[in-house]
Design a binder for this molecule. Structure first.
Ligand SMILES: [Ca+2]
Ligand SMILES: [Ca+2]
Ligand SMILES: [Ca+2]
Ligand SMILES: [Ca+2]
Length: 357
């Protein structure tokens, strides 16, 4: 795992550098105005200068509010190409793209995808999501560090945050400077408290209460650092744990934290939801199958760079489409189950499969 991380860091650095140069040589005004309209559904609450930690993290199995990430397997199969497979996009083009992906995943070119090959692919695509997050973080950081000195104080951030919530930026800044009461409503106050907590967690030792770009990245994307991953797990357990033993039983896991659903009763009777959660709890998250999920088990589960998880995911993905039961994926299988892998259906999956090569 450490090797993976190192490799990733090195690749990341060069890719980030390259993209940075490319982006900067682009005329910002030349971008089409409706670019954001083409974005994926999971990104619809993100703009380019998002300064709030997102609830949903691409390539991470659980969301910050304790929900399972429904799009996880598609995210780790498609990587940054997620947006390419819109539901209304051209089936012929999707088919072609899926065939291209198949030939890439099939590393040894025997026209069949093994669990190992899929695992390797999943790890690669997970890295892509990290790289994307890092790139987005550049814009986000610039938005909270307008003077560009490379450091952001908690007060600077909290002013930007309140401004994004509709407060008058100058007024808030003035009040904070003079130590006046901001007169925030309870909800805003609560969000601010939890952001502050996270802020101090993201401040690497020696703590100077300033975040640089890298620290800001782990503030927005806790999946990037071991310490923040632990913090995220602690937050989730705190929200789901009812008896305060810092562990989760099945019943704690299948009831949602208070306040995250509008209609708790309606959610409780959603059998599918409960069944899915129960299955995930028993089969995957509870690693030693003793009926209790500890923080360590949850951390293991949520770590996007965990190779063991990636192998399990690979086997699961193969099993879904493995019609001839050879524990491998062939092209016709993946085309037939296109909707599972890409989110978009191919009507004519069986057409001339063998002519494509
Ligand atoms: Ca192969
Ligand atoms: Ca408990
Ligand atoms: Ca356990
Ligand atoms: Ca097969």
């Amino acid at each position: 795992m450490a090797v993976w991380r190192k490799m990733w860091c090195r690749n990341l650095l060069s890719v980030a550098l390259l993209l940075f140069v490319v982006l900067h040589s682009m005329d910002v005004n030349a971008r089409p105005a409706n670019m954001s309209a083409a974005k994926e559904k999971t990104q619809d609450n993100k703009d380019e200068n998002e300064i709030l930690p997102p609830d949903h993290l691409n390539g991470v199995k659980m969301e910050m509010d304790g929900h399972l990430n429904k799009d996880f397997h598609q995210e780790v199969f498609l990587g940054k190409e997620m947006e390419e497979f819109e539901e209304d996009s051209e089936p012929r083009r999707n088919r072609k793209k899926l065939i291209e992906i198949f030939t890439k995943v099939d590393f040894d070119k025997d026209r069949s995808i093994s669990a190992k090959e899929m695992q390797r692919w999943i790890m690669e695509k997970t890295e892509e999501h990290f790289q994307e997050a890092t790139m987005e973080n550049k814009n986000s950081f610039r938005a909270v560090d307008p003077d560009g000195d490379g450091h952001v104080t908690w007060d600077e951030y909290r002013i930007k945050f309140l401004a994004s919530k509709g407060f008058n930026e100058k007024e808030v800044a003035e009040k904070i400077k003079n130590g006046e009461d901001l007169k925030l409503d309870e909800d805003t106050q609560e969000v601010l408290e939890s952001l502050k907590d996270r802020w101090y967690q993201a401040d690497n030792p020696p703590a100077d209460q300033l975040l640089n770009e890298e620290e800001f990245l782990s503030f927005l994307h806790p999946e990037h650092s071991r310490g923040m991953l632990k913090y995220m797990v602690k937050e989730i357990v705190r929200d789901l744990d009812q008896d305060g033993d810092k562990k989760l039983t099945l019943s704690e896991f299948i009831s949602l934290p208070m306040g995250t659903v509008e209609n708790q009763q309606a959610q409780d009777i959603d059998d599918d939801w409960v069944r899915e959660r129960k299955k995930e709890f028993e089969d995957v998250i509870d690693g030693n199958h003793d009926g209790i999920v500890t923080m360590e088990e949850l951390e293991e589960y949520m770590d996007p760079m965990n190779e063991h998880n990636a192998l399990n995911e690979a086997k699961q993905m193969i099993a879904v489409a493995d019609e001839n039961q050879n524990h491998n994926l062939e092209l016709d299988e993946i085309l037939k189950y296109s909707e599972y892998f890409t989110g978009s259906k191919l009507m004519d999956y069986a057409r001339n499969v063998h002519e494509e090569f």
